[in-house]
Design a protein around this ligand. Structure first.
Ligand SMILES: [Ca+2]
Length: 387
């Protein structure tokens, strides 16, 4: 049985179910940085001021003003700490003013929305003035001793013009929300966007996991979009070892398949390598699992899929492997990710065909693994790439 269309590698996983989608933990890059300093910290500031008074008393007035501003207005950035990078002004319609820089650190960024805020004042000893907000904000003032003036504000781009502008983390050419790129051109939670005009898709998390061993499966999401699917015809990937294992000890048992994937000359950045498995659950419902491997030595990725477990507190599930294939995700210089497949001429492999010729059984303690015979078709690319 195969779920792969003969026409190509379009291994279509089940449509993502938004109701089941887990958060990928993405934080929109355009999110405002929270103020790191506010009233509860004034005591520390008081101590710092007292200390500074003995050293550079002339500077105290400036710091004190910054303190008051930090707690008073939501449109104003907070003051920089003595040794901490300062925060962004919380501008809304009119950008707030950046707070003052710390002793030796950088001044704040003005609030960036419609009208640019004013960059913060640089710190006392060579601090850098803050960056002005959008649309003609004013650069910050340099620090007292050799500080550098801040950068003026930049001109805001137009959200919805399909061009990525400062302040936008996506621009899909419209100003509609709910499609992955918000009305303010910020990537929406649970989505991934790339390019300009941006293409956005729900982050894929359903039955995606890292597989590190029969008892170590950790749910995750693909943190990137895949632009194209193709065969790994140029030895970018081949299956080096494939096995099916069992263990049974003290009332606990498990069954799994595992593979070592050899990655070489991928012509880009390896984003991940792993195993796709179509399987049936106990109610005979079809599922597709994605199991990302771990790179256990340079170029060698270990992955697998645990299909049965039993025992007290051991998960307790019983699936049936239908078929499977192997993939490598490579990001090229243009930022696009290609998924390269090892599969049976467009079809997936099955355990029956893989073990039509008995494999080599290795046992250790409670664990037994049958490594597939060299005759198995899933090693075809290996014979080409590693003769
Ligand atoms: Ca949109």
């Amino acid at each position: 049985m195969s779920h792969l269309p003969a026409s190509g590698r379009a291994l279509a996983p089940p449509a993502a179910d938004p109701g089941r989608r887990k958060s990928p933990g993405l934080v929109p890059a355009g999110g405002r940085v929270e103020s790191k300093l506010c009233c509860p910290h004034l005591r520390e500031w008081s101590r710092l001021r007292a200390l500074m008074k003995k050293v550079v008393s002339f500077a105290l007035a400036g710091i004190f003003v910054a303190d008051l501003v930090a707690c008073g207005s939501p449109d104003t950035g907070s003051s920089g700490g003595g040794t901490t990078t300062t925060s962004t002004g919380g501008g809304t319609v009119t950008g707030g003013a950046g707070g003052g820089g710390g002793q030796t650190i950088t001044g704040d960024t003005g609030g960036a929305t419609v009208t640019g805020g004013t960059g913060g004042v640089g710190g006392q000893t060579g601090g850098t003035g803050g960056v002005g907000g959008q649309t003609g904000g004013t650069g910050g003032v340099g620090g007292q001793t050799g500080g550098t003036g801040g950068v003026g504000g930049f001109v805001d781009g137009v959200c919805g013009d399909g061009v990525l502008s400062p302040g936008e983390t996506c621009d899909d050419g419209n100003t509609l929300g709910g499609d992955g790129c918000s009305a303010a051109c910020i990537i929406e939670s649970g989505f991934l966007c790339s390019g300009a005009p941006s293409v956005c898709q729900p982050a894929m998390c359903d039955d995606v996991a890292s597989w590190l061993g029969p008892d170590m499966t950790f749910g995750t999401c693909f943190g990137y979009l895949v632009s194209t699917n193709a065969d790994a015809n140029n030895c970018e990937l081949y299956v080096d070892v494939f096995g099916r294992g069992t263990y049974s000890v003290n009332g606990f048992s498990a069954k799994w398949i595992e593979a070592d994937l050899r990655v070489q000359s991928p012509n880009g950045q390896v984003m991940g390598a792993g195993l796709l498995v179509n399987y049936l659950d106990a109610a005979s419902l079809s599922h597709t699992a994605w199991r990302l491997g771990a790179e256990t030595s340079p170029g060698l990725w270990h992955t697998g899929f645990t299909w049965t477990k039993s025992g007290p507190g051991n998960g307790n599930f019983s699936f049936a492997v239908v078929d499977f294939a192997f993939f490598l995700d490579v990001k090229s210089a243009d930022g696009m990710v290609s998924r390269l497949w090892i599969s049976a001429n467009g079809q997936n492999y099955t355990l029956d065909e893989t073990y039509a010729t008995p494999g080599t059984i290795e046992s250790g303690g409670s664990t037994t693994i049958e490594y597939a015979s060299d005759m198995a078709s899933l090693f075809d690319q290996k014979h080409v790439c590693s003769p």
